[in-house]
Each structure stands twice: as structure tokens, then as C-alpha cells.
Ligand binder design. Structure first.
Ligand code: FE
Length: 357
């Protein structure tokens, strides 16, 4: 804590230097005046599997505020975990960021993360949204909701994920491929809450009611509802926000025709998954990395992320954007995010067995 206060004047200087260097393009061509600051250049290196524009802006704001440069390497989560294992002590990465509680647990199990110690973070993020040992810290959540064609379905017809397997939805249900981690974690949650047999029944029942074979991503299910291919879709909540606020008027129209329904409110809650950040075991810049986590879980960044990527903030102080407020509050599944990883293989097995492509 005190250290960051002591460092503050220096950091401000570094920020100015970086900003100037940034204007000139390649910051290696700045000449001798750069040499002094170069030695002390403050950086944090991020390996991230998140693919959202809002994150980039948050990194930029953080750099402007602290003078700490954020270097980003993007990749698939599993690739990045393998890379971190391979690089071992020589890794440049300070932070590992990904979506999905199962993947976060997997990263932790592979011993590439270390506990983060920060009172600021403990205050920003409720315990349920962090790893027990603080080897990862939640940064946002997303609900896997039911969306429906407002002109053909009324919400009183909807209740649970399980109900989507009933006869009345035959030929009407849309969902993406089972190769998506989003669906794998959804099914993993059912395995945990309802058991394997029920999970298998559910998967088979959805396949039986498909409007078409799985095609495209979550957004494409919404588009297929607009096109009349089906009436009901399973998708992550934030994609509805992204469509509604898209620069493409067609996508805005798609969102206007959609209702958002949070299933299983009377039973075990709507499936929610988490995005999180872990400090790498061999981080060379742990103080800067901790500062970035503090920043990303702070009220301001949390509100920015929620207002621009439409995920739910983990920081209870952060205000949600209007569209999320308009969906209302809801009960979420109560389970350890780790369990999503624990049942991942079984979920894939069930999908394959039941013919969910
Ligand atoms: Fe996504």
C-alpha cells in the first residue's frame, strides 16, 4: 500500500514519457532521453483469452492513469495455459485472463498461478467471485439465458431450462454447437446440480427440439429467431446487449425482437459463469499486475466494462447499465465455479452421446 504511494511521482513521469513515445510511433527510436526511462519502464504483461474491445479500453485507461504499460498477448485459453507451463520461470506473462470458471480452475490446477494479496481486491470482489486462495479473481459474470421471439412467445410460457425439452417446443429451439465452452459449462452445471442422468436427458431433449442443427455463435441464434427459423434460443446475456447497441441497424432490430428470460428462478437458478484474472506463478512485475487487477475490479472500470460489454460487474458498488437493469434481478445457480471444470469431460461425453453437434 505505502509502496504505491512512494512510487507515485515516478509513475506519473513514466506516464508522460510513454504518452510522448506513443505519439512518435515506435518508442525505440526516441533517442538518448529515452534510455533513462527505458530502464525503469513500468510494464504489466497480460495473456488473455478474452476477445472483447472493452478490455482494451480499460488497459488504455489504466496505462494513462498509472504510467504502467500493458502488453497484451491474445490466444485460446488452453493454448495460453500450455504456453505458461512451457515457459515456466522464463515467462514474461504477469497475468492470465480468461472466461469460464472451469478454465480458471484448470489454470490453477496446472500450478501456473499464485495467490494475489490485496485488501483493495478483497474489498472490490466478493468472496464468492474469487478463488478460495485468491489464485484467480473474478472480473465479470454472464448469465446463460433463454431468449425468445417477442411476437411469437410470451414469457408466461417459459420457466426452466428443463422445460425447453417439452413437446411444445418441438422444432423451435436454437443453440450453438456443443464444442462451445459456454454450452459445456451449462451442461456441467446440470451434472453438478441434477446428476448425470438428468443432464443426459436434458441434452437429448434439446436435440429432439432443435429448430436446426447448431450453427454459428450465440449471436447467430438470436439472428435465427429474427429470421423465424426458431422461437427460443440459449445464449449469453451480454450478446443481447452487444446486439442492441451494435452499429449495424440489422443487429439492433434483431435485439428489439428478443425477450430475455432468466430460467429456473423457482428452482436452482440461472446458470452464471465468470471471467477472471490470475497472477502468474513466475510474474516479474507482481506489483504492477496487482495494480491492474485492483483497477479492473474497481468501480470505474467495472462500470465501463458492464456499460460496454454488458456483462455483470463483480464489484457490488458498480452500477449496471440501463439494459441490464431493465432485465431485473435474478437468482443464479449456487455452485462453485470450479465444478464447471470438474464436469467438463463428462459434459462433452454426454453431448456426443446425445447427438448435440
Ligand atoms: Fe463470448
Amino acid at each position: 500500500m505505502n509502496l504505491s504511494k512512494l512510487l507515485k511521482p515516478f509513475i506519473t513521469t513514466a506516464a508522460l514519457t510513454l504518452t510522448l513515445a506513443g505519439c512518435g510511433g515506435e518508442n525505440t527510436s526516441e533517442g538518448e532521453k529515452d534510455t533513462a526511462s527505458k530502464k525503469e519502464e513500468q510494464v504489466v504483461n497480460v495473456y488473455t483469452a478474452r476477445h472483447y474491445e472493452a478490455d482494451e479500453q480499460v488497459y488504455k485507461d489504466f496505462s494513462e492513469e498509472t504510467g504502467i504499460k500493458v502488453n497484451v498477448v491474445k490466444g485460446e485459453a488452453e493454448e495460453l495455459i500450455e504456453r505458461l507451463k512451457r515457459e515456466g520461470e522464463s515467462t514474461e506473462a504477469d497475468l492470465f485472463i480468461t472466461v469460464d470458471g472451469g478454465v480458471l480452475a484448470h489454470a490453477k490446477d496446472n500450478d501456473i498461478l499464485q495467490p494475489v494479496e490485496s485488501d483493495v481486491i478483497s474489498e472490490n470482489v466478493p468472496e464468492s467471485m474469487r478463488d478460495k486462495e485468491n489464485k484467480w479473481i473474478g472480473m465479470s459474470t454472464r448469465a446463460r439465458v433463454i431468449v425468445y421471439a417477442k411476437d411469437r412467445v410470451t414469457p408466461d410460457l417459459l420457466s426452466t431450462y428443463e422445460d425447453l425439452t417439452s413437446e411444445k417446443w418441438k422444432g423451435k429451439v436454437l443453440a450453438r454447437s456443443s464444442t462451445s465452452l459456454y454450452n459445456q459449462s451449462l451442461l456441467a452445471s446440470f451434472i453438478e446440480l441434477n446428476g448425470e442422468e438428468a443432464a443426459e436427458e436434458w441434452s437429448a431433449g434439446i436435440v429432439k427440439n432443435f429448430a436446426r442443427q447448431p450453427d454459428g455463435g450465440d449471436r447467430d441464434q438470436a439472428k435465427a429467431i429474427a429470421a423465424g427459423t426458431g422461437d427460443i434460443g440459449i445464449m449469453n446475456s451480454y450478446y443481447v446487449g452487444l446486439l442492441a447497441n451494435s452499429s449495424d441497424p440489422e443487429e439492433v432490430k434483431v435485439a428489439e425482437g428478443l425477450g430475455v428470460f432468466f430460467p429456473n428462478q423457482e428452482t436452482n437458478g440461472t446458470h452464471v459463469n465468470i471471467s477472471g484474472i490470475g497472477l502468474t506463478k513466475h510474474s516479474k512485475n507482481p506489483e504492477n499486475a496487482t495494480k491492474l487487477i485492483e483497477y479492473m475490479t474497481g468501480k470505474e472500470a467495472q462500470e465501463y466494462l458492464s456499460a460496454n460489454n454488458y456483462e455483470f460487474p463483480v464489484n457490488p458498488e458498480a452500477e449496471k447499465p440501463e439494459i441490464l437493469k431493465s432485465w431485473g434481478d435474478f437468482n443464479m445457480q449456487e455452485l462453485d465455479f470450479d465444478t464447471l471444470g470438474k464436469h467438463n469431460q463428462k459434459a462433452i461425453e454426454i453431448f456426443n452421446k446425445t447427438g448435440w453437434k
